[in-house]
Design a protein around this ligand. Sequence first.
Ligand code: HAM
Length: 424
Amino acid sequence: MGKSHFQSPRGTRDIVSPESDYIKFLVDTFAEHLSTAAYGQIVSPIFEDVGVFQRIGENTEIVSKEMFDFYDKDVKDPQHLALRPELTASICRAFAQHRPITPWKVWYSGPQFRYEKPQAGRYRQFLQVGAEVLGTSDPGADIEIISLAWAFFQRIGLRNTQLLINSLGDPESRNRYNDELAKYLDDRKQELSEQSIVTLKTNPLRVLDSKREKDQEVIDEAPVMESFLNEESAQHFKEVKDGLEVLGVPFKISPRLVRGLDYYTRTTFEFISPSLDTAQNAIGGGGRYDGLVEALGGPETEGIGFAVGIDRTLLACEAEKVVFDLDIGTDVFVVDTTGGREALLLSHELRQLAIKTDRSFGGRSMKGQMKAADRSGARYAIIIGTDELEENQVTLRDLRGEGQQTLVPRDMIGKNLLTILQEK
Ligand code: HAM
């Protein structure tokens, strides 16, 4: 086949069946999972005023370097917009705009856009599902959010998932830690990689995220946040850990887990799939962002949430050989050698009975249609030739096993098939 002139843009891909079926299954399962905990769905715009995302933090890479931004066409007053790189900022904007009753519990799913360097498991358009609770600092909300994310991974059949948690404290202790860390890293600057020296200037905490070999020793010996937590944050963190233990959610404390977004305060967490390549093995993450609604012009409102990367979750499922039990096949293939009218009528009739039915087009020969029936993976073929048409009958043929055939009265075939399929 020749190469077509246009390709999907770099970092994007066309997802087709069966992968698209698996993705739909994951999203549907997530929706059902979150509804059992009284979260309502929110569907917000895919683009927002760029300012919404700038509140995530100017030092956050997804904001400073990776935003797909553009101006609209208003000649007099063009608005600077951006495709969303994540959904938490949009949810906080929506909260500030509508001021719903708290706690406000929402879930979402949709594509996100980041101008990243694409590689396996890292795309410029990717799909997230996630949930947020706004309006409470109760550690119970942290526990609910983390355990819901954990239970989702369990529910879809992933067994090799690690939960890492940390507390970044309140903004005041976070700032003190930040200063102390900056001083420490600056003292050992000669030992750091070039990229980390650049990061150090703008965002010392992000140096801790470096996976580069050269930085590891300095990172391993760096001061940890936990010793900077004030009493209130330390108590909050303790209650979160205790709650997770009570629920039997296994976790590991990762004192240097900072995450890539600047809005986090107190609880932060990440889900890692060791089955994936280490560079892109985070399948989900989240945390508290107690100042974000205010930064977006809303009232002082605490918040916590998480997002799961569906593309990577699917890769983890593949790596762990998780089998999805999906009913996506075709039940019946209608083969009509009498001109196509019967195929038209019968497929319409069977589909109304919710029997998954396919047919061929273009007046193909009996042989061609039977080949198509085999390729469709359908369990049965219904054959209508001139004899059948004259007798007001159809031939029902089992496409598996011995290929048994029976003649069925035309007006009984729908009912018969329903019974047969229900028995399977
Ligand atoms: P995040 O860690 O940036 O957090 O993204 C969450 C998940 O999205 C990641 O763990 C990963 O699985 C997936 N992901 C991120 N970037 C890519 C990419 N380029 N390609 C494929 N998958 C990707 C957030 O977005 C926060 N909004 C989470 C949150 C919710 N925090 C509080 N509430």
